[in-house]
Ligand binder design. Structure first.
Ligand code: GLU
Length: 293
């Protein structure tokens, strides 16, 4: 049997300039795809139009080209899976939402941010984010009767959450970090798949797109390991086969802290302006790698 063709993707979110962490991740994604003789997809993850800016996407493409990368499908050149802009793919996310709603695997949640803060249990590893306390689960006193569920997402002041099977183990073999094991309900709680403001959440959109675009391996930063575990539950719920995963190490700033998007000093654009070469920027990203996820 022949191996299915390798399809990878580069998926920047245009809310700011790319930094050294992106350089490392995108470089790994590019290299792994080219070594496998595969096809590389560029996808504009501009789901949240209120926070995304087209200039940032253009700048991301320019930075990646400057770093020596190219791709085969994307918003500028099209391809068999167009559109490659998430803001133009709402219909696909909506269809997935309908399937999940129909199978009872998601439910509407009326909790406000304040309610969640009040109910917060001890902050968890998940970036300090507390687990959802389950207030609006269908079988909880605060839950809406399924007969009263809105039949459209993004209306009636509710967000939609994935009903995670408490205690279920989620395992995957990561190409970069080896075997990963998480427990639903302990490492992460019921997560949002459709936001109250009417926009599909990242976790749902990215699964729908990676599956629709035939991505065979997802290369992303280690800050998304828990997201990968959540997404595996969505793949299963939608009956989709999951891709392989390869997480790349996080990158530190000059003081050894984890890089943040607002850290201008580490932006590829400012390093380029300061006169660093592409090779030097990539070497700097590799040197500042954090060993642990
Ligand atoms: N768009 C995401 C980001 O820029 C990456 C998503 C992913 O790799 O799934 O962080």
């Amino acid at each position: 049997m022949t191996e299915p063709a390798y399809r990878g993707r580069l998926a920047p979110t245009p809310t700011g300039r790319l930094h050294l962490g992106h350089a490392l991740t995108f470089r790994a994604a590019h290299e792994r795809c080219r070594q496998a003789g595969g096809t590389l997809v560029m996808r504009n993850e501009d789901l949240d139009l209120a926070r995304c800016r087209p200039e940032y996407f253009d700048a991301a493409l320019a930075d990646l080209r400057w770093l020596g990368m190219d791709w085969d499908e994307g918003p500028e050149m099209g391809g068999p899976h167009a559109p490659y802009r998430q803001s133009e793919r709402t219909g696909c996310y909506r269809a997935a939402w309908e399937r999940l709603r129909g199978s009872g695997l998601i439910y509407p949640c009326r909790c406000s941010r304040k309610d969640l803060q009040r109910a917060a249990q001890a902050p968890h590893e998940d970036g300090g984010e507390a687990l959802y306390p389950g207030t609006c689960r269908p079988d909880a006193p605060g839950g809406l009767d399924p007969r009263d569920w809105p039949d459209e997402p993004g209306i009636d002041e509710v967000c939609w959450r994935f009903l995670v099977p408490d205690g279920k183990g989620v395992e995957f073999e990561d190409g970069g970090f080896g075997r990963q094991r998480f427990a639903a309900g302990r490492d992460f709680g019921d997560f949002v798949v459709w936001r109250r403001d009417g926009v599909s959440a990242y976790e749902l959109a990215v699964v729908v797109d990676d599956a629709a675009m035939g991505i065979s391996e997802v290369v992303r930063g280690a800050d998304l390991l828990l997201s990968t575990a959540r997404q595996i539950l969505i793949y299963e719920a939608l009956g989709l086969s999951r891709p392989l995963f390869f997480h790349t190490p996080l990158v530190r700033d000059g003081e050894g802290r984890r890089l943040a998007k607002r850290d201008r000093a580490a932006s590829i654009g400012s390093l380029k302006e300061e006169g660093y070469s592409a090779g030097q920027v990539l070497a700097m990203a590799r040197e500042r790698t954090m060993l642990e996820a």
